[in-house]
Design a protein around this ligand. Structure first.
Ligand SMILES: Cc1cc2nc3c(=O)[nH]c(=O)nc-3n(C[C@H](O)[C@H](O)[C@H](O)COP(=O)(O)OP(=O)(O)OC[C@H]3O[C@@H](n4cnc5c(N)ncnc54)[C@H](O)[C@@H]3O)c2cc1C
Ligand code: SF4
Length: 546
């Protein structure tokens, strides 16, 4: 019998933070989780600092008011929601970004699709050659899979939403296959010693799994780190890092009352996600830290969109029922059960995946307001919640699509806040290609393609991504990258030694990825971080097998 996920408490009281650790890890998504677990296993005194709060299994929003209160939205003229919110929505002038915040990062709210990119992705010149020169990346993927355990459900192909996408795809000569997701489909005790019940196929993955079946970082790498002695602190926001005579000083503030905290350490791992790590390094550079001029550049949205097909002829059954289920329905399935791959052997950038997604049950009451003109009035009627499952929304397709873009976005610091710009992003060819494919798929099932149901709201018709990448991208040296293939940060020297790195400073998260992946990124972020930890162990003469 393992640890009960509903009782798991990993974070310690903030008063227990010590003045010095061997390693301080900033952020607790995939990069933060892997590094915390591996460094703690290697005997390092590890401290994890996460700005969000700890959510236990059972704490995730299941009603619309809870979900609404769990959105922090910020932008140039926008600031709403609390610091304890689960979703972090950044409204940009050119593109919006949706991320997770909380102990476990994006793993708490993602769909869990775990795919390895096409080999051509890593052969691209954007990557340092070392990435493919040895088998270390393969070992990184193997380790990532051992902990996150991607799987397909035995009955994935019988789910209504799977069959709906299959029919629509067949009409366009594309074929569907079950998608691997980091979901546990049988009662088990996982490699971190946590008891995980089998998935109930409720579809609510993107609001957080209240069953404990999704293999989040909070149920895998972080409990493993904790049981190997890592100290974990939540609601602490790191501002910047600076060099000291014997390592690094991390400057942070408590989220609740802005109390300043400084921690000294030999090793800093930035794992605050694409926007978070880039922001911390930009701020550190403003305070004197030498870094590559590439910092902030090369932002990619991973050619990623969420779109809809409204009014299909047949049932799609793609609205989550939650846990415990709010209505009796056929199984919905995990958030993604099946996917269509559109291959292009001659042109990697034209490849794409279309996945059938599920909207979380807490969003159900909102759908009439979003999709039906005048639905605001209808939405007030309580009975409509049931109608969402039986009426026109039962025939709503939600598509997650992912492909390739040009990674031309740029992050800068404006008035001490991160700003993302990508003026031409809407005319990136990938969006026209995705629209054309999704329109064909929607029409084949009798549905209208709805690219963005929120275009009349403050969201506007700008693209949005849940897969932000880049900003601290890998490169050969400081002239074309911010970190090397080991995730060590370049000193920024463009003279005699452009490949020199800062001792003990690493970035391990989505920000190091130098181009779009064409697949959902969680497995690659985890694998690259596992690889970086293998190399760090070797460089220090430690055992990477621990
Ligand atoms: C709705 C949704 C669905 C998705 N579905 C999929 C999917 O099916 N498959 C897939 O592969 N990917 C998916 N993704 C994307 C995936 O979750 C992210 O790519 C992944 O979580 C990024 O991992 P990371 O380690 O880079 O950082 P994150 O997971 O973003 O973690 C970074 C952490 O750092 C914290 N942080 C930030 N700034 C600071 C600071 N200053 N101080 C302290 N802490 C800080 C944040 O709160 C966060 O917890 C989805 C994302 C969303 C939002
Ligand atoms: S479908 Fe439901 S039970 Fe299964 S992983 Fe997703 S949220 Fe958890």
């Amino acid at each position: 019998m393992g640890l009960d996920p509903t009782e798991l408490k990993l974070a310690s009281p903030q008063e227990d933070i010590k003045p010095r650790y061997d390693a301080v890890i900033i952020g607790s998504g995939y990069g933060g989780g892997v590094t915390a677990s591996r460094l703690a296993r290697m005997g390092q005194k590890v401290c994890v600092l996460e700005r969000g709060r700890e959510f236990r299994t059972g704490d995730f929003p299941s009603r619309f008011p809870d979900l609404k209160n769990n959105i922090k939205a910020t932008g140039e003229r926008l600031s709403s929601g609390s610091d304890g919110a689960l979703y972090d929505f950044r409204s940009g002038a050119d593109i919006h970004v949706l991320m997770g915040r909380g102990l476990g990062g994006g793993s708490l709210i993602n769909a869990g699709v775990a795919l390895r990119p096409d080999p051509r992705v890593f052969e691209h010149t954007a990557w340092p050659a070392e990435i493919t020169r040895t088998s270390d990346l393969d070992e990184g993927f193997s380790r990532a899979k051992r902990m996150l355990r991607p799987a397909t459900h035995d009955a994935a192909a019988t789910m209504t939403k799977y069959k709906a996408l299959e029919r629509a795809g067949n009409a366009n000569q594309t074929s569907i296959a079950p998608a691997e997701v980091v979901v546990n489909f049988n009662d088990t005790t996982n490699p971190a010693g946590v008891s995980q019940p089998a998935c109930t196929l409720c579809g609510d993955c993107c609001a957080g799994c209240n069953v404990g079946a999704k293999n989040t970082v909070a149920l895998t790498y972080l409990p493993d780190a904790h049981s190997h002695g890592a100290e974990i602190f939540t609601e602490i926001r790191v501002g910047h890092v600076e060099k000291t005579d014997n390592g690094w000083r991390v400057s942070a503030k408590t989220v609740s009352d802005n109390k300043e905290i400084t921690i000294e350490t030999e090793t800093v791992i930035l794992a605050a996600g694409t926007l978070g790590s880039t922001e911390i390094l930009l701020r550190s550079r403003e305070r004197g830290l030498n870094l590559s001029d590439r910092l902030g550049k090369g932002f990619s949205a991973n050619g990623d969109i969420i779109a809809f097909g409204y009014g299909a002829d047949d049932k799609v059954n793609a609205i989550g029922v939650g846990h415990p289920p709010r209505v009796e329905l056929d199984d919905v399935g995990a958030c993604v059960s099946g996917q269509i791959k559109i291959s292009d052997p001659g042109n990697l950038d034209h490849e794409m995946y279309v996945q059938e997604g599920v909207l979380p049950s807490a969003l159900a009451p909102l759908l009439p307001m979003v999709f039906i003109p005048g639905g605001r009035i209808l939405g007030a009627l309580k009975s409509l919640v049931k109608g969402v499952y039986n009426g026109p929304f039962a025939n709503l397709h939600t598509f997650f699509a992912v492909s390739h873009d040009s990674a031309q976005g740029e992050m800068t610091l404006q008035n001490d806040r991160l700003s993302l710009s990508w003026p031409d992003v809407a005319s990136e060819p990938v969006f026209a290609r995705l629209d054309a494919m999704l329109e064909k798929i929607s029409n084949a099932s009798g549905a209208d393609y709805i690219k963005n149901p929120l275009d009349k709201t403050m969201v506007g018709n700008r693209p949005a991504t849940a897969h932000p990448l880049g900003g601290c991208a890998m490169g050969r040296d400081a002239r074309d990258g911010v970190v090397n293939h080991k995730c060590q940060v370049f000193t920024g020297d463009t003279g005699p030694d452009p490949s020199a790195t800062h001792k003990g400073l690493y970035v391990c998260d989505g920000s190091v990825i130098p181009r779009s992946l064409g697949v959902n990124p969680l497995l690659t972020i985890t694998a690259l971080t596992e690889r970086a930890m293998i190399l760090l162990a070797r460089d220090n003469g430690w055992d990477p097998e621990v």
